[in-house]
Design a binder for this molecule. Structure first.
Ligand code: ZN
Ligand code: ZN
Length: 158
């Protein structure tokens, strides 16, 4: 069975992409760095193998900032309007892509598996009932079904 494909893009319309299948995992991160990078309360990132992402039009510009744990966090934005579309985090680098769910044409498609860094959330933000919430991070193997853990392992093997 062919996997579902979804499309999304940036705010100016120059950059369009397609993403194949379902994410390995999706986080709604409330950390201070995500607040600063987005100017908002939090970010929703859906993590995929990078070969599931196809650029249909436009160009990705690369911007690197430090992560909380010290490695480089590479953000990739529409080269024209600067909308952030993808992030790559250590230790996976460009093999694993965090897609910013708000750039999908249907941003409702990927509800988060976990709410993370809720210890840093803006105090008036209410958390969704029924989605596991963590003070900081969590262990993926505590939350994800084995087949999704297997996708991560396959990536690590290269
Ligand atoms: Zn964060
Ligand atoms: Zn754009």
């Amino acid at each position: 069975m062919a996997e579902i494909e979804r499309e999304g893009g940036c705010a100016c319309g120059a950059l369009r992409y397609r993403i194949a299948g379902e994410p390995i995992f999706t986080n709604n991160c409330h950390c201070r760095q995500c607040q600063r990078q987005t100017g908002s309360t939090s970010v929703v990132n859906a993590f995929f193998e990078s070969d599931r992402f196809t650029l249909l039009s436009g160009e990705l510009a690369s911007h690197t900032v430090p992560t909380g744990s010290g490695g480089p966090h590479e953000m990739r934005r529409c080269a024209v309007c600067g909308t952030a579309v993808l992030s790559h985090f250590p230790p996976n680098g460009r093999n694993l892509s965090a897609l910013r769910v708000g750039t999908l044409d249907d941003p409702d498609a990927f509800p988060p598996d976990a709410l993370i860094f809720v210890s840093e959330k803006m105090p008036w933000v209410a958390l969704s009932e029924g989605i596991p919430a963590f003070e900081r991070d969590y262990r993926l193997r505590d939350l994800l079904p084995p087949e999704r853990i297997e996708r991560l392992k396959a990536l690590a093997r290269g």
